[in-house]
Design a binder for this molecule. Structure first.
Ligand code: G4P
Ligand code: NA
Ligand code: NA
Length: 189
């Protein structure tokens, strides 16, 4: 997606060896025009797939999923990372390992929001090692629903997430795939 790649090049910033900061437009300040184009692009990529619900994970996935959902005309469910008193006791749960935080955390979705009739599109901002996406796939599997596909805004192609998910035969569409960072500049696949 050209507009996304241009935004990454002009407004993103490479930090250290393998982190791309996109807080100017994607996961802190939000560029709503760009998010709308991202939503339309996901709709194009998954056109013809049966999808009645979008699943994402807090926090950064929520904005992307919510705007995309308007083009699919379906509800959004976001998995919770933080346990709360108000969350139902009856939840699907999975453990996700975070490489950036070097620890496991529990991710939950209330059982009433994932059903075996559902065809789910999983959306997220980044795909790195794939642990968040694998956790969401696990939640969908526990509910008996199907994963219709996974849409990612930025895939870091030099980390293993993309190949793990594709090797499962799941349709994975990433709007920008970064092959490497060369002298602090993202190089797209
Ligand atoms: P994984 O799910 O692909 O295995 O990701 P990993 O553990 O490597 O990364 C954990 C968090 O860091 C995720 O957000 C992920 O979206 C984010 N992340 C990974 N690589 C990058 C990057 O290059 N740039 C940015 N900006 N974020 C990256 P999270 O902790 O779940 O947080 P949230 O922001 O959604 O709350
Ligand atoms: Na995320
Ligand atoms: Na993030």
């Amino acid at each position: 997606m050209q507009l996304l790649k241009e935004s990454i090049l002009s407004r993103g910033r490479v930090v250290g060896k393998d982190i791309l900061k996109v807080d100017e437009f994607l996961n802190h300040q939000l560029d709503i025009k760009l998010l709308n184009e991202i939503g339309k692009e996901f709709k194009k990529k998954f056109n013809g797939k049966e999808i009645n619900k979008i699943l994402t994970i807090e926090a950064s996935g929520i904005a992307i999923a919510s705007i995309a959902a308007q083009y699919f005309d379906v509800p959004v469910v976001f998995a919770k990372k933080v346990d709360s008193k108000n969350l139902d006791k009856d939840t699907y749960e999975t453990e996700v390992y975070s490489f950036t935080k070097a620890r496991n955390y529990t991710v939950r979705v209330s059982k009433k929001f994932l059903n075996k009739e559902d065809n789910i599109l999983i959306l997220d901002d980044f795909l790195a090692n794939g642990r968040a996406s694998l956790g969401l796939i696990d939640l969908v599997n526990q509910s008996g629903a199907r994963v219709s596909g996974i849409g990612i805004v930025i895939e870091k192609g030099f980390q293993e997430g993309g190949s793990i998910i594709r090797s499962k035969g799941i349709t994975l569409e990433s709007l920008a795939i970064i092959k490497e960072f060369k002298n602090g500049v993202p190089i797209f696949k």
